[in-house]
Design a protein around this ligand. Structure first.
Ligand code: 5AD
Ligand code: SF4
Length: 439
């Protein structure tokens, strides 16, 4: 009988992408996907460790897998990703029913384990390069991720990622261009470049390469209509990248620029290497060249020592920038980080209260900003039917906003949609009549 696998993915897009590679690799070994965890011979978790909540959620799932294995001891349980890396071999002491554990960038070792005769539990935790050469199973034919670098050389004091994903290593320029060409040839229209710090891409290569050069090269590929990337670091957001947005037709008008905090004192304690003023200079430069671009951000609330006055500086920046959207997080101390050694002195009540105030400003400004789309006709890449109304279609504009709209179109097509209404979260619209008539 054919063996079946089930993968549960936690965390960021990098993990989603690694899971696609896991699935591709397993299928090349003759496994096929099980719809339910209970039907799988191989139960895999691709884990995240960015915040405490991520850990807790995963442990609940892992315990369910333990129950399944108790019923059928031949099942294999594998744990990959950042949580696995951050606890390393302890995983086997804490969860003896786990058969194989591997860090990010060790996905290929899973195949080695499955094809060996090894009966003992195995852990694979070195940092060594890319999953880029593995086959992958994409969720959608017309969208793809491309990992341009792994690891992170920053030392943000709150962040576990440098310890789970290692030093930054860029993939060779030519290899990325070839991969993008191949993807375009397979019908991919939108590619998202992934890295912990995408805009420092290429500094470790010899000869050195620049992120903006990569964007320029990818823009020349026929069939790639949309190029996105995540996440850049504000310290490396230079004019060449901003100008690339103005000049390259396929580079989407969206920049994710993680702020983290509005106070320069807190930013310093976070070791972000920029001040409030420098961040605002970047925003001014972006807005000067790209007045319509969508700006989104990440913000941490309640970093150790954050005072009420410092928190208000975050509110001020959010008010002033007017983000199109923001991911907001309560500070969560992570093992091995320097911020975890500081006293987590902002009480939970304070964090909750600050978070509410922050979300109010984020949403109000996002809703205001979104009104600029109303009345315009914008290209939408169709992704499927609307989540709330099966009679409507859903897709995204270049600015990365979701649009629910009336129309007739296939997933993967790009159609003009007249925007009729906007909230902080999404847009409403109807497919332009001309486009409908010419179908
Ligand atoms: N606590 C809270 N939020 C965090 N992030 C990273 N580490 C932590 C932490 N320890 C947030 C940052 C980052 C995003 C991916 O997660 O805002 O940009
Ligand atoms: Fe992604 Fe960070 Fe979570 Fe790892 S810890 S999966 S890099 S979000």
């Amino acid at each position: 009988m054919q063996r079946r696998y089930h993968v549960t993915t936690f965390g960021c897009q990098m993990n989603e992408h690694d899971s696609e590679r896991m699935k591709g690799m397993l299928e090349s070994l003759g496994y096929r996907e099980a719809a339910e965890r209970a039907d799988a011979d191989l139960i895999l978790f691709n884990t995240c460790s960015i915040r405490e909540k991520a850990d807790e959620r995963f442990i609940t799932h892992l315990n369910q897998a333990k129950g399944l294995k108790a019923k059928d001891p031949d099942r294999i349980i594998g744990v990959g990703g950042c949580w696995a890396q951050s606890v390393k071999d302890h995983v086997f002491q804490q969860f003896p029913f786990v058969d194989v554990a591997f860090g990010p960038g060790q996905v290929h070792r899973l195949a080695e384990f499955l094809t060996s005769d090894s009966l003992t539990a195995q852990g694979y935790f070195e940092f060594e390069g890319f999953t880029g050469h593995l086959p992958m199973k994409r969720a959608r034919d017309f969208q793809a991720w491309m990992q341009i670098s792994v690891g992170c050389n920053c030392a943000c004091s709150y962040c576990i990622v440098p310890s789970t994903r290692g030093r930054e290593v860029s993939r060779p320029f030519g290899e990325l261009v070839a991969e993008a060409r191949r993807l375009a040839g397979e019908g991919v229209r939108e590619v998202t470049l992934l890295g912990q710090n995408v805009n420092s891409y290429g500094r470790d290569l010899r000869p050195r390469a620049q992120f903006s050069e990569l964007l320029r090269e990818l823009d020349t590929i026929d069939g790639l209509d949309r190029i996105r990337y995540t996440s850049p670091h504000p310290k490396d957001m230079r004019e060449d990248v901003i100008l690339a947005h103005a000049e390259l037709g396929s580079l989407c008008p969206h920049i994710h620029l993680p702020l983290q905090a509005g106070s320069s004192r807190v930013l310093k304690a976070m070791r972000r290497t920029y001040t409030r003023e420098r961040y605002m200079d970047r925003v001014a430069l972006i807005r000067e060249h790209l007045p319509d671009v969508a700006l989104t951000t990440d913000i941490i609330v309640g970093f150790p020592g954050e005072t009420e006055a410092e928190f208000r500086e975050t509110l001020e920046v959010v008010e002033e920038v007017g983000y199109d959207g923001a991911f907001t997080f309560n500070f969560s101390p992570r093992r091995g980080t320097t911020a975890a050694l500081l006293e987590d002195d902002v009480t939970n009540e304070e964090k909750v209260e600050r978070m509410q105030r922050l979300i109010e400003v984020v949403q109000r400004r996002a809703a205001e900003r979104a009104q600029r789309f109303v009345g315009r006709t914008l290209d939408v890449l169709v992704e499927g039917t609307s989540r709330h109304d099966a009679d409507r279609l859903r897709g995204r504009i270049g600015h990365n906003k979701t649009v629910n709209f009336d129309g007739i179109a296939e997933p993967g097509s790009i159609v003009p949609v007249h925007i009729t209404a906007a909230t902080s979260q999404s847009l409403r619209g109807e497919m332009s009549l001309l486009a409908l008539a010419s179908r």
